[in-house]
Design a protein around this ligand. Structure first.
Ligand code: 13P
Length: 245
């Protein structure tokens, strides 16, 4: 059974105070959210501890946005798996295109981070996806095939979520056509050894397009940026209408 996983990626947004304010508006709306669905909030490192304390006993899982491959050491600016699990973090985003684009993340470091996440008991959310240029050049499949081949070396596919995030759809309002996202996600699944891996779509997911996205048979959830910052819009996404499309 593939699990539905809907995760908010807050990126570099929200102080501790703002995170708590979000919870006040957000938690009541979860009563309408299907119990089968996994709800994840991937917050900045500084907000994780306070969120963990306030989410204790709730159904919301906490996620981080990066993890280093060593448990400790001289790695200024990095955070390790044990530091995250100690405060109750369960998920971690690895290989987001913003890290690949702006912070020199490579498929090799993505692979190291994925293995470390699993080693320390976290479930990684691996992000893959093509740029506009790559899509226009017809390289979408070959690029993603290459990313998966390199990123997933020695990675346990029993403890993994993948997010297909076309770079051109991130933060642009230019959502990938749901049927096309479904097609690419099917192609991703065909490369996996475990067909039960949950594969999300990410890139300008909003309350007004989530029903059609979730109606696609290959799509098992969403990784939501901007629309996860407001309690009302993230709740609307979580409470999407089934059987739409
Ligand atoms: P937006 O939903 O803001 O387009 O961001 C998507 C994303 O990058 C989630 O990781």
């Amino acid at each position: 059974m593939r699990k539905i996983v809907i995760a908010g990626n807050w990126k570099m947004h929200k102080t501790q105070a703002e995170s708590l304010e979000f919870l006040q508006g957000f938690m009541p709306s979860l009563e309408e959210t299907s119990q089968e669905q996994e709800v994840v909030l991937c917050a900045p490192f500084t907000a994780l501890n306070v969120l963990s304390k306030n989410l204790h006993g709730s159904r919301v899982q906490l996620g981080a946005q990066n993890v280093h491959w060593e448990a400790y050491g001289a790695y200024t600016g990095e955070i390790s798996g044990p530091m995250l699990t100690e405060i109750g973090v369960r998920y971690v985003i690895v290989g987001h295109s913003e890290r690949r684009q702006y912070f020199g993340e490579t498929d090799e470091t993505v692979n190291l981070r994925l293995k470390a996440a699993q080693r320390y008991g976290l479930t990684p959310i691996l992000c893959v996806g093509e740029s506009k240029q790559q899509r226009d050049a017809g390289e979408t499949e070959s690029l993603i095939t290459m990313q998966l081949e390199k990123d997933l070396v020695d990675v346990d596919q029993q403890n993994l979520v993948i997010a297909y995030e076309p770079i051109w759809a991130i933060g642009t309002g230019d959502t990938c056509e749901p049927k096309e996202a479904n097609r690419v996600i099917g192609a991703i699944r065909s490369q996996l050894t475990n067909p039960h891996v949950s594969i999300q779509y990410g890139g300008s997911v909003k309350p007004d397009n989530i029903d059609e996205i979730m109606a696609q048979p290959e799509i098992d959830g969403a990784l939501v940026g901007g629309a996860s910052l407001e309690p009302a819009s993230f709740a609307q996404i979580l409470n999407y209408k089934k059987d739409a499309g």
